[in-house]
Design a protein around this ligand. Sequence first.
Ligand code: SIN
Length: 288
Amino acid sequence: MSGPYWPYSISVRPNPGGFGAQVEGVDLSKPLAPEALAAVRGAWAEHAVIWFPDQPLTHDELEAFTMQIGPFGEDPYVEPIEGRPHILEVRREAEEIATPFGAAWHSDWSFQERPPSATLLHAKVVPPRGGDTLFADGCRAYETLSPLLQHMLAPMRAIHSASRVYGPDGVYARDGDARAMRLRIDPAADGRCAHPLVRTHPVTGRKALFVNPVYTVGIEDMSVAEAESLLKFLFKHMTEDVFVYRHRWRPDTLLMWDNRCVMHNATGGYDGFQRLMHRTTVAGQTPV
Ligand code: SIN
């Protein structure tokens, strides 16, 4: 899907290979007409990561656009903006030395029974260098595995947990560095939830690898050593350059990704400069 949609002026410019696309010709500060919303949804399903440049949105407008995609997801462990329970501030101040939030490959809240279908990130303050976000295409990663390995993975269920990040022994409890973001350490983060290791996208029907290095802690009915070896192989494969899109931010860009088939990773490289993004999520379904 690309080019202008007459009589709407929406244009979708995919990256070579089709993973990621820039969408222009819509004003996200206003409710979208049904046809325009359908075009946005279509581009999101087809390209998995879509971004809209030059969208200076207020909190109300960001919330309203998110709700056109679907109802809000549940965002644990990160304190939202005061009075805005569904908007998280991904903030790092110029003087901070802590690792940037989200700086490892992950899929949002994959330890939930119903992880979010979409995450939206709105760039408010962008540093002059660094601070890119990387996205990895879980569908292409799956599709390029050998049929034999695809067959072996089909019945497997991966175990997800927030323990390594938000548990009492997790990285944020241990690192001790001052952060502008208010993160919540919680024993509940040690809970576990199993999902199919390969999930089927409810719109496109494509299969995707649904594991990530931050929240996937094992595979059901496998020894720790077996699961670690297999996951290590999959993570290396999933993050090969050929599956990765690097997004360079500009202020007022709104980007949304399909959290059902995409991992992401926030990069650093902007010490001495502030970076500020606003983030919402859209509720998802139980992965199948
Ligand atoms: C996140 O993991 O949601 C943060 C992504 C980013 O700040 O680039």
